[in-house]
Design a protein around this ligand. Structure first.
Ligand code: DX5
Ligand code: ZN
Length: 219
């Protein structure tokens, strides 16, 4: 199990400090929420910010694009220093082309789905990607509550990966409303990577919050 702190909930005036906290807490990934005010009703981080953060950390930069026309941002994020690039199945009518484009940059490919999107929509692409990002809130904002149906969806996707012989190749990441109190539930349901924003960066002690996630995962 790995933690991916979402810097969406960090202090945007001091993102360098957020990265230092991630180092101190032993986080594996840095989750970067990219919103375009079209696919979701919020506007956040673009490639120049990722480029500025890149020299400050050696951690895996996990870019979650919540944008329409994702193909337009693949190369800019790849050049800015992303390690993995995730797009939404609902955001494009040519997912295979976006997958091929991300692969051509040498980056890991992630495919995400919103809470009401049928799992069957991503099924044809499971053997072509590195990561499924399961949204457990409606994308757009940090600090929302975990949607209960998400645990069943995690189990369903895990089962599908097992049946297809892909469980080691394709990681499952869960994003939205992940707290210390429900982390064990999503790990047991099959999540390999836990995104956590507010639970970490709104905590009094973000480093301790990260360490607490890891101790849960290892128990
Ligand atoms: C929501 C984002 C999430 C968000 C998670 O659209 O994709 O990554 O930052 O924040 P919390 O953990 O506060 O739900
Ligand atoms: Zn996210």
């Amino acid at each position: 199990m790995k933690i991916a702190p979402s810097i969406l909930s960090a202090d945007f005036s001091n993102l360098g400090n957020a990265l230092q906290l991630c180092d101190a807490g032993g986080a594996h990934y840095i989750h970067v929420d990219v919103m375009d005010n079209q696919f979701v009703p919020n506007l956040t981080i673009g490639p120049p910010v990722v480029k500025s953060l890149r020299p400050l950390t050696e951690k895996y930069m996990d870019v979650h694009m919540m944008v329409i026309e994702p193909e337009k941002l693949v190369e800019p994020f790849a050049k800015a220093g992303a390690d993995g690039i995730t797009f939404h199945i609902e955001a494009t009518d040519k997912p295979q082309q976006v997958i091929d484009l991300i692969k051509s940059t040498g980056k890991d490919v992630g495919l995400s789905l919103k809470p009401n999107t049928p799992v069957s929509d991503i099924e044809p692409f499971l053997d072509k990607i590195n990561l499924v990002l399961v949204m457990s809130v409606e994308p757009g904002f940090g600090g929302q509550g975990y949607l209960d149906g998400s645990t069943e969806r995690l189990k369903e996707i895990k089962q599908l990966l097992i049946e297809k012989g892909l469980k080691d190749e394709v990681k499952i990441e869960v994003d939205g409303g992940i707290k210390l109190h429900n982390a064990k539930e999503v790990i047991d349901a099959g999540a390999d990577i836990l995104v956590a924003g507010s639970e970490i960066f709104k905590a009094d002690d973000p480093v301790q919050a990260m360490k607490s996630f890891y101790s849960l995962g290892n128990s």
